[in-house]
Design a protein around this ligand. Structure first.
Ligand SMILES: *[C@@H]1O[C@H](CO)[C@@H](O)[C@H](O)[C@H]1NC(C)=O
Length: 243
């Protein structure tokens, strides 16, 4: 009896230790001139310890992300409490609080997307402008063993956003840039209907603007010129806002 309990106890410790050792460390780094409010949406796997934080300029924050996990990170900008409700001019998740509590970001928003594999397997990640752009960001894998090249979208799309795609903030400045799909909701921009395959949904004059600014990011739904980045070996990741 005693021996069985000891073995069981050892197994529990071993499971805890090894599952703990398989988690990845994500460092969120705010290089922007003002605060951003990073948010996290888990699409599969266990929820993280937080779904949203405030990150002052030049600050960083470290999170444990378990493998297997997939989900997305984005940053909210120009946030404030309005009548007791937390609101952001870009990337808001409409939770009324800093945590997003399982809600996604309202586009346009720059996304950092991840699928982490268990057992030092192959992780996949990308930067997506398919839902538009709100701020530049980069993803740098650290300590991985295979592939593992960083991807970056460091251009400020807001400065070159065509007027018909611009989202203006409360002070009248451009705070985000819609994708053409968001702005016009037409099949050729959204890759829906008869445009619903990679072969029938070519780049458009609008997606080409995003592509020219951020060649490493997905500029529209079937942007096959952008390889999904990957990394094996149980890497950690650094996400920098305004790299
Ligand atoms: C893109 O093409 C559409 C359709 O031809 C045109 O109406 C629009 O002005 C173009 N926009 C830009 C930014 O080139």
């Amino acid at each position: 009896m005693m021996k069985a309990q000891l073995i069981f106890g050892f197994l529990l410790v071993a499971i805890f230790f090894f599952s703990g050792a398989k988690s990845a460390t994500f460092t969120l780094n705010n290089n922007c001139p003002s605060s951003v409010w990073p948010a996290i949406l888990t699409s599969s796997g266990p929820p993280l310890s937080t779904t949203g934080i405030e990150l002052p300029s030049k600050a960083s924050s470290v999170l444990d992300v378990p493998a297997t996990w997939s989900g997305r990170f984005w940053a909210r900008t120009k946030c404030a409490n309005v009548n007791g409700k937390f609101q952001c001019q870009t990337g808001d998740c409409a939770s009324g609080q800093i945590p997003c509590n399982g809600a996604g970001g309202i586009p346009p928003v720059t996304l950092a997307e991840f699928t982490l594999a268990a057992n030092n397997g192959q992780d996949f990640f990308d930067i997506s402008l398919v839902d538009g752009f709100n701020l530049p960001l980069s993803i740098a894998p650290q300590l991985g063993s295979g592939g593992c090249t960083p991807v970056s979208c460091s251009a400020n799309m807001n400065a070159v956003c065509p007027p018909e795609l611009q989202v203006k903030g409360s002070d009248g400045g451009v705070v985000a840039c819609n994708s053409a799909c968001l702005a016009f909701n037409q099949p050729q921009y959204c890759c829906t209907g008869s445009y619903g395959t990679p072969q029938t949904c070519p780049p458009t004059n609008y997606s080409n603007i995003f592509k020219s600014q951020c060649p490493q990011a997905y500029s529209y739904a079937y942007d096959d010129t952008t390889a999904l980045a990957s990394c094996t070996g149980g890497a950690n990741y650094l996400i920098t806002f305004c790299p």
